[in-house]
Design a protein. Sequence first.
Length: 185
Amino acid sequence: MLSSTTRIPLLVTAVAAVVIAACDGSATPTAPARSATGAPTRALASAGGADRIVDENVYDMSDTFTAIVCDDGTQSELIALEGQIYERFIVQFNSANGTHAFYHTMPIGLRGTGTESGEEFRVKEQEHGSFHQALGLEGTYRQVIKLESRTSKRAFSLVVRGHYTMTPNWDVVVEREKVTTVCDG
């Protein structure tokens, strides 16, 4: 889980890399956070003075682990993940030199197994965000991770919501993040 302090510079770097690659025609890819399981799909469209780049990837989550720790000290066991995460990242450049970026993820056959109990867990991992840049940078994001045991019905969830605003000099003006955890197990 990335905090907003970490997420903002990563986002700025990702948007800047896409903008630079789109502007200079460079085909140098940026490294994804997780290894992609197939060739990414990238499309470039242009209409009415605006350009749009769509980048789609599928990441294999096998051999990764997750756990959720709640505020009251309870926690899930370590869960070994299997399955994939689909990610779609869209960057739009408008005729007024503004940039808008959107991303969305969703699970594909994502499931988990408790490393201690061997229980099967349903896993939901979903993120989305939108970011706008004109005279500064403004963005919001939301990440949801839910783990639910199929047999004992133990359930753990983590929701992170955030918003930030930055000046054209990249100074953070507003930075809010709310983390909510629920442990029922």
